[in-house]
Ligand binder design. Structure first.
Ligand SMILES: *Cc1c(COP(=O)(O)O)cnc(C)c1O
Length: 369
């Protein structure tokens, strides 16, 4: 990859990272490397799996370009996985087996289901309100690891990451943070001391609702080349369990990340304005918006059917799940039987896109009635 001058701003890094070396005639973008195997390398050891060369389940140059870009943004070293859930299950799998797992009481519902599996397998899980910092810190005593997600999906609960991560490190509790909603442009948990960051790159990082992809990010290895132990464990897990991404998807995600900064700037400005106006709307009983980012949730008057009717009446917003794409999406989360009963049944999650804010507002206004 090309070396970048130090100290570049994130808006430059999203554009510059993960480019081929600059040489006369060199392409601007990495190619989509479609190869399952590679000509034998003289330094390849007998253990072709442990070695990072030689076979497409272990590495791929298109992955490496994307990983370079995400790693540069988070301040760490990234590994891409087949989906956000593949990255999350790898992270859960490499955590130390002993000690309780502290977790949000309402994480992203599929993460919650996976944490439930960990509990069923015999590990103590301590579920906390991530907004109650004192309770979270108290739960860390004697714990082995903490799973964080901030803001949480879909309740938009924000954890005090600097305080919680510092308290966890003091107690040698391993910290994992799902940074999907914030993106590395708004929050960098590794720089606060987290051990593993995970993303559903399906969402903001790729940004166009055209692929599924996950990523883990861990600390940069030692100067002598020794990798961070979490990085090594996650790489081994990916290579052995095989939850690898297709090079085409990864290439698209890298193209998507080029506009992350401008997409988030626009979507964030739209979200701030819509949150303000929704807060004054008589049919909206509550707006959940942390004051930054492009995700928000509203609760509306009436019952679940009324909330469904709002989503169904939208003509610009699409009634659909997922988030983080250029297009605005709206969804009543409790339509999923697996969603936590702590999520109000009239809650609509809004993923604010980059469209014209007045068009988005007019559409919501007519849909709210
Ligand atoms: C979507 C999502 C996931 C799961 O990612 P997939 O790419 O769908 O597997 C995990 N965490 C959060 C916060 C999400 O929004």
């Amino acid at each position: 990859m090309t070396e970048r001058p130090p100290g570049l701003a994130p808006a430059t890094v999203v554009v510059a990272a993960g480019r081929p070396p600059r040489a006369p005639g060199a392409p601007v973008n990495v190619p989509i490397e479609l190869s399952s195997t590679y000509a034998a390398h003289p330094t390849l050891g007998a253990d072709g799996v442990a070695n990072n060369l030689g076979y497409g389940r272990a590495s791929n140059s298109t992955w490496e370009a994307f990983e370079e870009a995400v790693g540069a943004l988070e301040g760490g070293q990234a590994l891409c996985f087949a989906s956000g859930m593949a990255a999350i299950s790898a992270a859960l799998a490499v955590l130390p087996a002993d000690g309780a797992l502290v977790a949000p009481r309402t994480p992203y519902n599929t993460s919650g289901a996976l944490i439930g599996e960990v509990e069923a397998a015999g590990r103590e899980v301590r579920r906390v309100d991530v907004q109650d910092t004192a309770a979270v810190v108290a739960a860390l005593d004697g714990a082995g690891a903490i799973w964080l997600e901030s803001p949480t999906n879909p309740l938009m609960e924000v954890a005090d990451l600097p305080v919680i991560i510092a308290a966890a490190r003091q107690r040698e509790v391993v910290v994992v943070c799902d940074n999907t909603f914030a993106t590395p442009l708004l929050q960098q948990p590794l720089t606060l001391g987290a051990d593993i960051v995970v993303h559903s790159a399906t969402k903001y990082l790729s940004g166009h609702s055209d692929l599924l992809l996950g990523v883990t990010v861990t600390r940069v290895g030692a100067a002598d080349g020794t990798p961070d132990p979490w990085y090594a464990a996650l790489l081994a897990h990916r290579t052995r369990h095989g939850a690898i991404a297709g090079p085409v998807e990864v290439w698209l995600a890298l193209r998507g990340i080029r506009t992350l900064h401008v997409r988030l700037e626009r979507a964030g400005a739209n979200a701030a304005e819509l949150a303000r106006r929704l807060g004054e709307h008589p049919k909206v009983t509550r707006v959940r918006y942390p004051g930054w980012g492009a995700m928000l949730a509203i609760e509306v008057t009436g019952g679940p059917a009324d909330a469904e009717a709002v989503a169904a009446a939208c003509q610009v917003w699409l009634g659909a799940t997922s988030l983080g794409g250029v297009e605005s999406l709206i969804e009543r989360r409790r339509r999923y039987p697996g969603e936590s009963p702590l999520v109000p049944d009239t809650l609509l999650r809004l993923s604010v896109g980059i469209e014209d804010v007045e068009d988005l507002w007019r559409d919501l206004e007519q849909a709210l009635g």
